[in-house]
Design a protein around this ligand. Structure first.
Ligand SMILES: Cc1ncc(COP(=O)(O)O)c(C=O)c1O
Length: 386
């Protein structure tokens, strides 16, 4: 079969590649899996019971409205209004089959082949993969000292083909949380230059500070520029339920629904009922889970900084620690593979997050407890002495 060239050129998902490393991992050591940011931590017990009961009703096996069940959209608008301290109307909200789908729908509706989208480095690989598959060119922005992008650099990179700027905060892979003022600057830049600002806030709950991550929703004209993306996968440990959403301009939502209609018709009905239950009943559970993840990331950051491993923490937050490895003559893939094969540590290579990232590794703390973190540090110390 003749495959579309742009799709053929896209890399295989790094998660698939790392799955192969897992198979080759040292059988002599228990595997420390800090590769995927997907929780295997169970969703709340009440949620599981609720879904089991809901599944008894044949009505939950039907399609829903393309933009999602009304109760969930109302709950989402209410949650945004509360969390960002600014009114967001239900007409601005559409539920999607995961946050990734929201990104793909929005970009497909907004870009033409040959367009450019600004992606700060390091960048979330699925954003890069999708844009490339659509013949849209990612234009990378170099990270500053704290792994945050610079609006001035973004301004200089804009051409007449640029359509959007994409921010992920807290960031995957670095964990860096962009300050509200920086997000404001990017919004201003996008607005002035007639671009769209996409902000993927999948890891929003895992910031150190609660309170609104930014003030953009308070602007009367926010939806002319902003596309806010969110995922239920991480905060509620329900990745397989495939629920995310986007908040933006109703006119853009209407266009994305044409695509969504062809791709999936609607997000999973039962998944949407689960997400509604989360918003209505699981605040306390979410706070507890968020504390667990934040404690792990803080503990790993402290232990790695104190230990003499040769691996330096360059940034941490969200689910992640971004490490600089000590081997200047080796690629991050090579280092990652040998960490798996020889030391039973499964992580992602920096180069999976874009060019110039070969000195880095990403560790994700969705699924490792504190003793496993001690073990991880001990293995890296051992490696440093080899
Ligand atoms: C930044 C970011 N956005 C989106 C996703 C995927 O979210 P979903 O499972 O809702 O598609 C991930 C998953 O790792 C992610 O890191």
């Amino acid at each position: 079969m003749r495959i579309r060239e742009a799709v053929h050129q896209v890399i295989d998902s790094p998660i698939t590649q790392v799955g192969r490393w897992k198979n080759d991992a040292s059988p002599d050591l228990p595997l420390i899996d800090v590769s995927q940011a997907a929780p295997t931590y169970p969703p709340a017990r009440e949620l599981r019971y609720h879904i089991a009961a809901q599944a008894q009703s044949p009505a939950t096996a039907t399609y829903t409205d393309q933009q999602g069940v009304p109760e969930l959209r109302v709950a989402l608008a209410r949650a945004l209004t509360a969390d960002y301290d600014a009114p967001v109307g239900v007409e601005h909200v559409a539920v999607t089959a995961g946050c990734n789908q929201a990104f793909c729908l929005a970009m497909m509706a907004l870009t033409e082949p040959g367009d450019e989208v600004l992606l700060p480095l390091p960048s979330y690989f699925n954003h890069d993969m999708w844009l490339r598959s659509q013949d849209v060119e990612p234009v990378y922005l170099e990270p500053g000292p704290d792994m945050v992008p610079d609006p001035a650099e973004a301004a200089a990179a804009i051409t007449d083909r640029t359509r959007a700027i994409v921010l992920v905060t807290p960031n995957n892979p670095t964990g860096a949380v962009y300050p509200p003022a920086l997000i404001e600057s990017f919004f201003e830049l996008a607005r002035e230059r007639g671009l769209v600002l996409v902000i993927d806030e999948t890891y929003r709950e895992f910031r150190e500070h609660s309170g609104p991550p930014h003030t953009l929703f308070a602007r009367p004209d926010w939806s002319d520029t902003l596309i806010h993306l969110y995922s239920f996968s991480k905060a509620y440990c329900m990745a397989g339920y495939r629920i995310g959403f986007m908040a933006t301009n109703p006119a853009l939502l209407r266009e994305t629904l044409k695509i969504a209609d062809c791709v999936a018709l609607c997000p999973s009905h039962i998944g949407q009922l689960a997400a509604t239950f989360c918003l209505e009943h699981l605040d306390a559970w979410k706070r507890e889970y968020r504390r667990t993840v934040r404690d792990r990331v803080a503990y790993a950051t402290r232990r790695l900084r104190e230990a003499n491993t040769g691996f330096d923490v360059v940034s941490s937050g969200g689910y992640f620690v971004y490490l600089r490895h000590p081997f200047s003559d080796r690629s991050s893939v090579d280092v990652g593979r040998s960490l798996a094969e020889d030391h039973g540590i499964l992580c992602l290579a920096g180069s999976m997050f874009g060019p110039g990232q070969d000195r880095y590794l990403r560790l994700a703390f969705a699924n490792v407890d504190l003793p496993a973190i001690d073990d991880l540090v001990a293995r890296l110390e051992l490696l440093g002495r080899e």
